[in-house]
Design a protein around this ligand. Structure first.
Ligand code: BGC
Length: 906
């Protein structure tokens, strides 16, 4: 009976292997059915679904139609012999503005089977020419209260004469906007139009508003807030960084069912008035006076005769561009886990997670009652709300009731970084069900999972992910709570590879990197992007290198060659900006943050602080950026650059060795970071690398298996240890529970990554309040090692984007199981290993149209089985040989279960 079942299952599996592929996950410009793209040659992705082994695409055919699923064909690719299923560029007739295109694809696989046509996906173009903008910029027509600067409301009634077939709205603002049509919110995006280098690049959003308008009377209403445009931003809380006055630009294109169109635009016929948001700033929060609401103001029939007109202004439309990345939207919703009174007598709600977003409330009371919500990340030693680390940021929302029933409040145009909220002003007892915390972040697809047998490590992964959620709000911010929240370049580069595991950050970074290029100063890269600090605040080593590091990381993770090509000039200009100031090929000038926030104990009696020479660090990053530029030149076929920069790189390394290395291999700074950077970036002659790695290992031991690196050494330390055979030490660092270490904050109850190794000390006192964020992702960069080395899930550079996958786990006896999965553009890849007694096992799933090199820790290939069969008996795979204690096996798509006797690790 059992045998029969096995035969049956086997036959089903074989059937599966031979079945034709189905096609899913159709993306245009890496997005699902995007509305409002301005690329004239958009790129398409699709996934082959097939559980069989070794399935590959050998050809594809694409069809794109205009206007409707059965509209005229604008591109029929014919059968293209190619295995490309990712970033396939459109090659049809020129695309038109404001038009929806429908596409489908079919593929031939290596078993000569042709798939059925996929279901149909679409994309809709934005306004491709500047002349397509018929709207004019408008500003409020009344005199503004220049102290509070309440948010203006803009409105207009309009009538549509015929039955509506479709309607599209294009909106942007100087400031942040929220729009309504006939009293209903337009779209689900927040903090729009997002943050860019506003002087040079301003995004607009495109919305399908077909369902929000109708034949007859209609009305549009838009609220505009200060946002990044003119609200306090940067260290000195400067106002009006981009301009003094808020403005709106909006255009609604209605297509009637007879095919005629009508366009409603911002113009001199609009009305404006100050609304109920009396004041709102990103850092400080909002003051909302419900008594000032204009009931029905965004509906037709509203009487706006008391409202002011608007001022039509000639602000530029030349810098407008369609949104490139995913909008900020609402995500997780948290209920209170605890409501309590602090020793200071304040009523506080604990939401159980340090998150970024806001608290929504439901209240009853009398007109004029004020509910105050003040947010904090952490409680102090005594159990009171801790606000000092917020610096000047008030993070406080005030809601003034209108009275007369239940009222709901949801904030606007700002966000708070918090776990706890203090509630004041309630007339009635606090009911937890009336309070919710809503997480807001860019709507990137979650792609990665990681879990192990160690619960502290799982919490660390949780904290890394929440660090990302909290700080990927349209731009990668350093922190979400204090009066900073800036696109710090060093933090972003350090975390970028880890970020690409947890979520799809391809478009997120593609957009931000364009702002980077826009804000470069003669090639030099500002500390923060968009740059709101100072145009001289540029080129700090390890920060500015974001210009080369992130494009390369995105190329690796997503095979996004277009992103790399777009950034190439920026990358080159950055390297040239260093070359210009280098003396004898040494980058030994300028001001640098160095290995920011490295370990520096307060009781430093024996001089144990881990200070690394800043110019030595700069030289390492000069080399690294030059290397990445060479890599990019190679990918993009820029032969002359490749050769020129290869020569420069040799000179940079020679200069490094002359200046910072003794003949016997000591570096001028004997710190972990010094050896980590020198080894990671191949700065040392071959003959001196092994001893340098030993020095690093010895240093870690001398610190009792503690990490002492700051922002720059941390991302690489475990990679370097692994590369030079010190896995055991890498694991000791990872599993270290005492300060300084990754798990120390976890043991202290952290739910996000902290800015400092010791943000909260063992006695529950805090580090200096001027620099002590509890939601700062940089140290979360260890996530990259956890995915790529611990589980061992990586991509090869020769076929990036996980077309050629590398699976090579690094084990430790202290961990019994580790697994990870990643949604790549090809489909989901996963790997998971287990140690059970004397037995090691490794489960691997590889998506169709990719292949993988799997390294199984076993000295003898004959001892390895796959799904119970000895490797030689499995026709679907190839044993390549032995490498450093691993057996290398080449596999194609499918699911594999490998087992082998466990090898002793530590
Ligand atoms: C930020 C950092 C940043 C640093 C530069 C801080 O204020 O929060 O994360 O990289 O300044 O040194």
């Amino acid at each position: 009976m059992k045998n029969l079942l096995t035969v049956l299952l086997f036959s089903i599996a074989m059937l599966g292997a031979n079945a034709q592929c189905t096609l899913t996950n159709l993306l245009t410009e890496n997005l699902v059915d995007p509305i409002g793209i301005d690329q004239t040659k958009p790129r398409f992705n699709w996934q082959l679904q097939n559980s069989g082994r070794n399935i590959k695409q050998v050809a594809y055919e694409m069809e794109v139609r205009k206007g409707s699923v059965n509209g005229p064909k604008v591109w029929q690719s014919g059968k293209v012999m190619s295995d490309s299923s990712v970033h396939v560029a459109y090659k049809g007739a020129a695309l038109q503005s404001g038009t929806r295109y429908w596409w489908k694809v079919r593929v031939w696989d290596n078993g000569s089977k042709v798939s059925a046509w996929s279901s149909t996906a679409f994309f809709q173009t934005a306004l491709l020419q500047q002349a397509d903008w018929k709207a004019n910029w408008v500003e409020a027509g009344y005199k503004e209260d220049s102290i509070l600067r309440p948010c203006p409301l803009f409105r207009k009634s309009f009538s549509l004469k015929k039955k509506v077939q479709s309607a599209v709205a294009y909106i942007t603002a100087h400031g942040m906007y929220e729009a309504q049509l006939n009293g209903r919110r337009v779209g689900n995006a927040y903090l729009t139009p997002g943050w860019t280098a506003y002087h040079k690049r301003l995004q607009y959003q495109t919305y399908d508003v077909t369902g929000l308008v109708q034949k007859g009377e209609n009305a549009v209403g838009v609220t505009v807030g200060n946002g990044w445009y003119r609200g306090p931003i940067g260290f000195s809380n400067s106002r009006d960084v981009y301009g003094k006055t808020l403005a709106l630009l909006m255009q609604i294109v209605v297509t009637y069912s007879d095919g005629n169109t009508e366009t409603i635009t911002t113009d001199s016929t609009w009305k404006s008035t100050a609304g109920p948001i009396r004041n709102v700033e990103i850092y400080n929060g909002e003051m909302y006076d419900a008594r000032l609401e204009k009931t029905g103001w965004a509906n037709a029939g509203f009487d706006d005769k008391d409202w002011s007109g608007v001022k039509v202004v000639g602000a530029t439309k030349e810098i407008l561009l369609a949104t490139h990345n995913e909008p900020v939207t609402k995500h997780e919703v948290f209920q209170p886990v605890k409501v309590f009174t602090t020793p200071a007598g304040e009523q506080v709600i604990d939401f159980g997670q340090n998150l970024v977003g806001w608290v929504t409330i439901k209240v009853n009371g009398q007109a004029g009652d004020t509910i105050t919500l003040r947010h904090a990340e952490i409680l102090d030693k005594k159990g009171n709300m801790y606000f000092a680390n917020l610096r000047q940021a008030k993070q406080t929302n005030h809601y003034i009731l209108k009275g007369g029933g239940t009222e709901n409040f949801e904030p606007h145009f700002s966000w708070q970084g918090f776990r706890y909220v203090q509630v004041k002003g309630l007339r009635e007892p606090l009911l937890p069900e009336n309070f919710q915390a809503v997480a807001l972040y860019s709507n990137m697809q979650p792609t990665g999972t990681f879990s192990t047998s160690n619960t502290l490590l799982n919490q660390l992964q949780h904290n890394i992910q929440w660090g990302q959620r909290g700080n990927f709000l349209d731009v990668p911010t350093d922190c979400p709570q204090r009066d900073e929240r800036l696109g710090w370049t060093g933090d972003a580069q350090a975390f970028s590879r880890t970020a690409s595991f947890n979520m799809n950050v391809d478009n997120f970074f593609a957009k931000w990197l364009q702002d980077l290029e826009a804000d470069q100063v003669n090639g030099a890269v500002p500390y923060v992007i968009p740059n709101v600090i100072d145009s001289n605040a540029v080129n700090s080593a390890g920060w500015a290198d974001v210009a080369t590091i992130i494009p390369w990381n995105m190329y690796l993770a997503y095979a996004d060659r277009a992103l790399l090509a777009n950034q190439y000039n920026s990358m080159k200009a950055y390297v040239e900006s260093i070359r210009k100031v280098a003396r004898d090929n040494l980058w030994n000038n300028g001001s640098h943050f160095g290995d920011w926030l490295f370990y520096r104990p307060e009781d430093d009696n024996d001089g144990r602080s881990a200070v690394t020479d800043k110019h030595m660090i700069a030289q390492c990053f000069y080399a690294h950026s030059t290397q990445l530029l060479i890599n990019a030149a190679k990918v993009l076929g820029k032969k002359a650059d490749e050769e020129m920069y290869a020569q420069l790189l040799e000179q940079i390394k020679a200069a490094f060795q002359r200046e910072y290395l003794t003949p016997s291999g000591r570096l001028v700074s004997s710190t972990q970071t010094a050896y980590v950077l020198a080894l990671q970036f191949d700065m040392l002659p071959d003959a001196l690398r092994t001893q340098a790695a030993k020095r690093l290992n010895d240093n870690v031991k001398a610190y009792g298996n503690h990490i002492t690196t700051g922002f720059l050494g941390t991302p690489y330390i475990c990679h370097v240890l692994t590369r030079y055979g010190y896995d055991t030490t890498a694991y000791k660092l990872l599993l270290q529970e005492k300060y300084p270490s990754w798990l120390y904050p976890v043991k202290m109850g952290a739910t996000t990554i902290w800015e400092r190794w010791d943000g909260q000390k063992p006695d529950s006192s805090f580090q200096t309040p001027g620099m002590n964020s509890f939601n700062h992702y940089a140290y979360g960069a260890i996530g990259d090692w956890m995915y790529r080395q611990m589980v061992g899930l990586d991509t090869y550079e020769d076929e990036p984007g996980y077309k050629h996958i590398r699976i090579q786990p690094h084990l430790s006896d202290s961990i019994k199981q580790a697994s990870a999965s990643l949604k790549t553009y090809y489909g989901e890849v996963s790997a998971g290993w287990k140690l059970q007694g004397q037995q090691f096992s490794l489960d691997v799933t590889v998506p169709p149209n990719t292949h993988a090199s799997v390294f199984i820790p076993a000295l003898n290939a004959n001892a390895i089985t796959e799904s119970g069969n000895s490797l030689n008996a499995v026709a679907d795979l190839k044993v390549k040989g032995m490498v450093n204690g691993y057996t290398e096996v080449e596999i194609g798509s499918g699911t594999y279960h490998f087992a082998a006797p466990a090898v002793k690790t530590n």
